[in-house]
Design a protein around this ligand. Structure first.
Ligand SMILES: [Zn+2]
Length: 141
């Protein structure tokens, strides 16, 4: 599967998540960060999940991390169009900033992924919105 073949269900940004999606379109991965307890978190939301503060800001993430878990999906849950994506690999990534993020693994070596593999973000444009996917470090899209 090439980059051009990858499809996605486009996001519906909220007031809290709009800066995150705008940053994706600039090629940056942002994490919400609490202004009180200073901890980053994913996904963006109205309150800090650690301390409940509404004093929130943003942190530019490195875009690198480690595979915490993954699966290979063999069945289309989104109709005929999605069958072109099979099999695809949802992945839970522990970003180097200490935040766990759900995404999709793409690119070379995806089918041989293991827990603990190093990965980095790769933005793929789908319907004029960059989506943050991940590739294995050393792999090619
Ligand atoms: Zn906090």
């Amino acid at each position: 599967m090439t980059m051009e073949d990858i499809i996605a269900i486009p996001p519906a940004p909220t007031k809290q998540s709009a800066p995150y999606w705008e940053a994706c379109n600039r090629g940056e991965l942002l994490l919400a960060k609490c202004g009180d307890c200073t901890r980053p978190f994913y996904y963006p939301r109205i309150l800090c999940p650690h301390c409940g503060s509404r004093n929130l800001g943003w942190l530019k993430a490195s875009g690198t991390g480690t595979v915490w878990s993954f699966t290979h999906v063999q069945v289309s849950f989104y109709g005929k169009r999605w069958e072109s994506q099979l099999p695809y690999t949802p992945v839970l990534i522990d970003l180097d900033e200490g935040v766990r993020m759900l995404s999709r693994l793409i690119g070379e070596g995806r089918d041989a992924v293991n827990i603990g593999d190093r990965v980095r973000v790769e933005f793929i444009e789908c319907e004029k919105q960059n989506i943050p996917y991940f590739t294995r470090v050393g792999g090619k899209v």
